[in-house]
Every structure is written in C-alpha cells, then in structure tokens.
Design a protein. Structure first.
Length: 305
C-alpha cells in the first residue's frame, strides 16, 4: 500500500530527468511532518497519478494543495487500484480523520487493476469484514523488512538477465518501427472502448458504498476525481465517443448515483483546451506534466477548499 519508510525512492523519468523522493514514516510521498497535522483537509488515495509520477513533490496534487495552505496527505502509490484504495482508507482514516478524501480514479487501468485485486484473499477481507484491518500503522518495521527482501530478490533476478538487455532493446526498436504502420488501425481500435471492463463496475460500486460508510463514520467527504488518459486526445474521438470511451459515462453515472461528488478532469479542463496534449510530457504518452497537475490542483482547491 505504501513503501519502505525513510528512504530515497527513485520514481520515474518522463520529462528528461529522474524524479526521486524521500519517503515518510509509512513509505508514502510526503514530508514526514504531515503526520503531525491535527486537522487534515485532504487525504489523497490512488495510483501513480496520486503519488505524483513524474514530477517533484511540490508539483504533484498534494504538494500544490499544501502550497496553498491546505493540510494535504498523499497516500497514493503506483499500481494501486480501487480495492487497495479502500484498504488504505480503512488503515489510515482513524489516525488522520480527514475533512475530504480525494479518490483519484485513472481511466487507463483502474478497472483492469480491480479485476486482479478482487481475487486477492487479504484485500477481500477488507470488503467482506467491516472490522478487518491489518494494523499497518503499527507494523511499518515488518513492512520495511518484507519490501527490502522483495527488492533484493528482484535485483538478483534482474542481474542474472542483464546480458539479454541489448537484445531486448533491439527487438523493441524493431517492433516500434512496425507499430508505425498500424497507427491508423490503433486509433480506430480506441473508439471501441464503450464497454471497457463493465463487468467490474458492480464490485466497484460495492467498494465505494463501503467507502461511504467508513467516511461517514469519520465525518469525511469523498471527492471522486476522474482522470483521462493520453490516448483519448491522441486519437480523433467525437464528443459522444469521448463520453463512452473507457466506460466513462457508466463509471461517472454509478459514482454520482451514490451521492459522491465527481470532478471530471476531461470535462472541466482538458476538453476545454485547444491543445490538451500540452498537459503531457513532450506531448507523449505518460502521466501529466507539471502544467497538467497544476491545472487540476488549482481547480480542486477552488472548488473544495
């Protein structure tokens, strides 16, 4: 859910420089002093977009909200999906008691993540048992040990296959050349996502219902932030196709039916821009750049602070 505490973490490089951060006492991308806040305005949960790929801490959503005077805590981690987000909320909400929970939803992979998460025995306990917790606040040393062992095993595995890297690079380059010949078909393919992982929406609704119960117990409001992906702007989608792309209208309708307020980044920001690709690094596929995160954060602050 989090990571290794008090370590310098290499995050990613999408804009020409490697981004790192010093993790806090629970392994998240925060200055450690945020855990001493008495009144938390915003608690963020989500995947890599919440964590802040690939910008400096001061330029991610939580960092910008903090720079405006809000008490914001970032509990996002790359790879987290809806069920993990719910588990994170259950583990940390009692300590933080936030006024607002910002649920960052990324259309690119959150439903596909949920398809995997729902088969995890431990994660399902959070959903089925209202009292279930692992007590992660008291187990960070154990978490650190397990994660260090995992990192060491992965490093050993990678070292064993490093000699194959050049061969893999050449093959990847050849494949990229071939991709150029099918871009037209790919763009047509993008338009056929109106039923994207629709079978996962009912369990997603169940997760959000459970989240509402937990939030109400702590007088917290849920804000659902819908993040669009790069691909919808790379292709020539019509307005109707934008609404149905990646089951967008189904997800938003479901969330709103639960009484959760939705902030639709496509509708509020990117669709109003004559050049939405400017919000992505080098106008290429990836996470948002500093400009993108800034626009989103400013809009969130204006509406919900």
């Amino acid at each position: 859910m989090g990571g290794i505490s008090f370590k310098n973490i290499i995050l990613c490089n999408e804009a020409g420089e490697w981004i790192t951060f010093d993790s806090d006492r629970y392994g998240f991308n925060n200055n450690d002093y945020v855990w001493d806040y008495k009144n938390v305005d915003f608690m963020l949960v989500g995947d890599s977009f919440a964590q802040g790929y690939c910008v400096e801490r001061r330029s991610n959503i939580a960092g910008i909200l903090e720079s405006k005077g809000s008490y914001a805590i970032n509990l996002g981690t790359g790879g987290n999906g809806p069920l993990v987000n719910f588990a994170v909320i259950k583990e940390y909400i009692e300590l933080l008691k936030p006024k607002n929970i910002i649920w960052i939803y990324f259309e690119g992979n959150d439903l596909s993540d949920l398809k995997l998460e729902k088969n995890n025995e431990i994660l399902n306990k959070y959903l089925k048992d209202p009292d279930f917790q692992q007590g992660l606040l008291q187990k960070q040393q154990v978490t650190d040990k397990i994660l260090r062992q995992y990192v060491a095993s992965q490093y050993s595995l990678k070292k064993d296959i490093v000699n194959d890297s050049w061969h893999d690079y050449v093959i990847s380059f050849i494949k990229m050349l071939n991709v150029r010949g099918v871009i037209g078909n790919y763009r047509s393919y993008l338009k056929n996502f109106s039923n994207y992982y629709v079978e996962e929406i009912p369990i997603f609704q169940k997760i959000l219902n459970k989240t509402i119960n937990v939030a109400n117990e702590h007088n917290s409001k849920i804000i659902f932030v819908y993040l669009p992906e790069y691909e919808r702007y790379e292709s020539s989608l019509t307005r109707d196709e934008h609404d149905t792309y990646k089951s967008k209208y189904l997800v938003i309708d479901m969330v709103e039916s639960l009484g959760i307020e939705v902030f639709d980044v496509h509708a509020e920001i990117l669709s109003k821009s004559n050049d939405p690709l400017k919000y992505f690094p080098f106008r290429m596929r990836g996470h948002y750049n500093e400009k993108g995160y800034k626009e989103i954060s400013n809009a969130l602050y204006s509406r919900f602070h």
